[in-house]
Write a protein that binds this ligand. Structure first.
Ligand code: FE2
Length: 405
């Protein structure tokens, strides 16, 4: 890449920095970052960066094409505490480096690659994980869960696989209205999300204790999808892949919760139209679905009749390759009518042993372990690898299974 090319790429992003100060409260005796910069919504020409400082100081974002930050261009952000910013005007499929300085602290250098354009058949990989709430609160109930260090090793192992983005299938934390819990999530994830943008899915625990009305993660830190308000549901394109993210709601054991995705609802109509459009799109080779409550599970939550009866037909009619699920804290690979149901709910939440697994779907793999999944896309080729993570402070991993589609 020539120096002129580099300069043009940086000048382009310099022209279109958009930012939003979300909250500017009073002074805080602490200084520096409360939430270190993390990435989301990576697109062909932009990326979202969010951070929070203890005080409403000015912030400077430096962007460079070089890992040593040489030749950087600096951007100013408005004052505030939580800053949700979109860095626009970037070049497609290009690696950028960045730091943020505010409130007397400079973040470590992070980096990201802007997305492949829709229809590109160039190779890329993404990761899938979920249910990352900490296990520590469980100590009083289950004596064997005495450590609070399973979530971090999963993040560290995922980062070592260098995915272009990470798809989270929901239940980021334990309680979406508990600020300590929310801040803890971003603290544990800061090393991962500094370099790997998150594509989040609504889990029941993003609400208060799984049954309240709060939604701090999505209201305050994660960006609106642009579809139907704040992150209710959306879809995301990256190269030749289409990912539909569904919101299964907060009352996971109450049939009424599924009102928000029954036929005739806005979300059902969105799902139907979105999948039909993706299936008819010659740029799209692979359609995936992400949702928190599983359609099929051989574990505690079991097969969900509402999802089986109303959503599964849409998946089957429109050529969905795989459905990524969470909610149960384990790893599962099930298959029904040609669709793979990959449940990856082992991101740090307490792993619970169950009795004999059972499901109406074919059970290819079932493991009560910390885990995540790596998906490698290379044109029409699709390879999925599931990894078990040791945990208890140990980020070593081993292959659970390899699926070649
Ligand atoms: Fe859940």
């Amino acid at each position: 890449m020539s120096k002129i090319d580099n300069k043009l790429k940086l000048l382009a992003c310099f022209a279109l920095l958009l930012s939003q100060a979300v909250f500017a409260g009073g002074d805080d005796p602490e200084t520096g970052f409360r939430v270190f910069p993390f990435l989301q919504q990576v697109k062909t020409n932009s990326v979202g960066i969010t951070f929070e400082t203890h005080n409403s100081d000015s912030a400077t974002i430096k962007v460079s094409l070089n890992s040593n930050m040489s030749g950087y261009i600096a951007h100013s952000a408005p004052t505030g505490k939580i800053r949700k910013m979109t860095l626009s005007g970037l070049s497609t499929n290009t690696r950028y480096y960045y730091t943020v300085t505010s409130d007397g602290e400079t973040s470590p250098v992070g980096s990201f690659v802007t997305a492949l354009p829709k229809g590109s058949r160039l190779p890329f990989r993404f990761a899938v994980y979920g249910d990352t709430r900490e296990a520590a609160w469980y100590e009083d109930i289950v004596a064997s869960y005495g450590d609070n260090d399973d979530h971090l090793p999963v993040c560290q192992s995922m980062a070592s696989k260098a995915p272009e983005f990470v798809l989270h299938v929901g239940d980021l934390g334990r309680d979406g209205t508990d600020m300590d819990d929310v801040i803890n999530f971003f603290d544990v994830e800061k090393g991962l999300l500094r370099n790997h943008p998150i594509v989040p899915t609504y889990g029941n625990h993003e609400f208060s204790g799984g049954s309240g009305t709060g939604n701090t993660y999505f209201d305050s830190y994660l960006m609106s999808s642009g579809n139907s308000g704040d992150f209710a549901y959306y879809s995301y394109n990256y190269g030749n892949v289409h990912i539909l993210v569904i919101n299964t709601g907060k009352y996971i054991d109450n049939d009424d919760s599924y009102d928000l995705l029954l036929p005739g609802t806005a979300q059902y109509e969105f799902i139907q139209t979105d999948l039909q459009n993706a299936a008819a799109d010659s740029d799209i080779d692979h359609i995936f679905v992400s949702l928190h409550v599983p359609v099929h599970s051989a574990s505690s939550w079991g097969d969900n009749p509402t999802l089986v009866n109303h959503l599964r037909p849409l998946f089957e009619q429109n050529g969905v390759k795989a459905v990524f699920e969470g909610h149960d804290h384990d790893y599962q690979h099930l298959e029904k009518n040609g669709i793979h149901y990959i449940l990856s709910g082992g991101g740090g939440s307490p792993i619970l042993q169950i009795g004999s697994p059972s499901s109406d779907a074919t059970i290819h793999k079932y493991e009560d372990v910390l885990n995540y999944v790596i998906v490698d896309v290379n044109g029409s080729s699709l390879v999925l690898e599931a990894y078990k993570v040791q945990g208890q402070g140990n980020s070593s991993s081993s292959l659970l299974e390899r699926i070649v589609f």
